[in-house]
Design a protein around this ligand. Structure first.
Ligand code: SF4
Length: 428
């Protein structure tokens, strides 16, 4: 979502004649788009601001901005910690940027943080997309779930869906421009449309509409909330040939007591049922997840339930993190239950080891199978051209070819599996 926001910010800035530079020393305007999901990312943002603050001492004309979740959450602190910052704008204020830029260009110090998003048609603003093959389309922003460890409902606000016609128009334009993949984004993508009070506006129906757009392209959607995955969504994924058979469904813990403490609205058993329903429907599907090690009060036995779940569910890949206390959250206040740092990081190490093990197993299942891949990049190794691609089920596949190019769909027979990727050869 942050990367997508950055593309939108770059598009808006281009209206003012700003051109992106790879060399920050050449820049007249520096903006850091921040994430506050874990303390480490927030710390990195402040450290980057410090570097830019020093640069500004020798080049006072430089304008420095900060946006995203750290800006939204820390608005009162930023000025104290980094008084040289010219512009602070929150997650709800991106589309006010044209006016904000004019003000900082007139040497005003600006802080634009609101809790009410600016309602506009996002298609009225230019987007400078970084990737020439895959385009991100945010369809819903914010979250109503209030998982006890998560800061997102406080920084991104409550759920707000974009109108289906606006999304379809953006998708049509993207396909006309030559993109081969669209990824629908949302903190909880399955909630799409619930705020419209129209039972026909759902993620499933949006997929059906997008699937009708002419052209050779595919559709992904992230992130799914386990108990919000409906039978209709699974049916839509099955009906629509352009929709990738890939589900990212964060489980967070394999223990039902911890899930309750996290305020996740499902039990371990319910999660297992969802996974088996999807696996029964799509034989080559890939299911990935997210897990937290060392949530407050988690016992060793409860942590072991997570390792067991990853094994039993044969998850294809998981994002993992040690629990990081966040401001405003309920779990952040459970200080008496915090797990000591060494225990937390030791659990994370075991979680990562389990993840590596199941990833390799998952990849090995594909040896001998033919996957349809989309070429995303080209590299050269030992005089040979290697194409880096991604299969419909999100597996990364490398193969040798001087015949195909970035943006081509190719059938590849898998010949070798490693932990994080597959290797194959063209199957004509
Ligand atoms: S569903 Fe995801 S974004 Fe929403 S509160 Fe829970 S973890 Fe955060």
């Amino acid at each position: 979502m942050n990367k997508s926001d950055s593309e939108r910010i770059a598009g808006i800035l281009s209206h003012f004649g700003y051109i992106e530079t790879e060399n920050e020393k050449e820049a007249d305007l520096l903006i850091i788009n921040t994430c506050s999901i874990r303390q480490l990312s927030a710390d990195k943002a402040y450290s980057q601001l410090g570097v830019w603050g020093k640069m500004k001492k020798s080049k006072p004309h430089i304008k420095i901005g900060i946006c995203g979740c750290v800006a939204q959450q820390d608005k009162d602190n930023i000025r104290k910690r980094a008084p040289y910052v010219d512009l602070v704008f929150g997650t709800h204020n991106i589309y006010e940027l044209p006016a904000l830029i004019k003000r900082i260009e007139n040497d005003e110090k600006v802080c634009a943080i609101t809790n009410n998003p600016v309602i506009c048609n996002q298609n009225d603003f230019k987007i400078i997309r970084k990737n020439s093959v895959n385009a991100w389309i945010p369809i819903i922003e914010g979250c109503n779930n209030f998982c006890t460890y998560c800061v997102v409902p406080f920084t991104r606000g409550r759920e707000r869906s974009r109108k289906p016609e606006e999304i379809i128009c953006e998708a049509e334009n993207i396909i006309k421009e030559g993109f081969k993949e669209i990824t629908l984004l949302g903190q909880n993508v399955d909630s799409y449309g619930k705020d419209f009070n129209d039972k026909n506006i759902t993620l499933a129906n949006l997929l059906r509409e997008l699937n009708k757009i002419e052209g050779k392209f595919r559709i992904r959607f992230v992130t799914s909330y386990p108990s919000d995955i409906t039978d209709d969504l699974i049916n839509a994924a099955a009906e629509c040939e352009k929709v990738c058979k890939y589900f990212h469904i964060p489980m967070q813990s394999g223990n039902s007591r911890i899930l309750k403490e996290m305020n996740r609205r499902y039990t371990k058993e319910e999660y297992y049922n969802i996974v088996s329903k999807i696996r029964n429907r799509f034989p080559l599907v890939t299911i990935t997840s997210d897990f937290i090690a060392g949530f407050p009060g988690e016992t060793e036995e409860e942590f072991q339930d997570t390792l067991k779940a990853i094994d039993e569910l044969e998850l294809d890949y998981s994002n993992t993190a040690a629990y990081s206390p966040r401001a405003f959250t309920k779990a952040g206040k459970m200080t008496d239950k915090f797990i000591p740092e060494p225990v937390k990081y030791e659990r994370l190490e075991r979680l990562n080891e389990k993840n590596r093990e199941v990833c390799l197993k998952s990849n090995e299942k594909f040896i001998g199978k033919v996957l349809k891949v989309l070429v995303e990049a080209k590299t050269e190794k030992d005089g040979k051209i290697i194409l880096n691609s991604r299969a419909d089920n999100n597996k990364i596949v490398h193969f040798e070819s001087d015949k195909y190019n970035i943006g081509d769909f190719v059938n590849v027979k898998i010949t070798k599996a490693q932990t994080w990727c597959l290797y194959g050869e063209i199957e004509e």
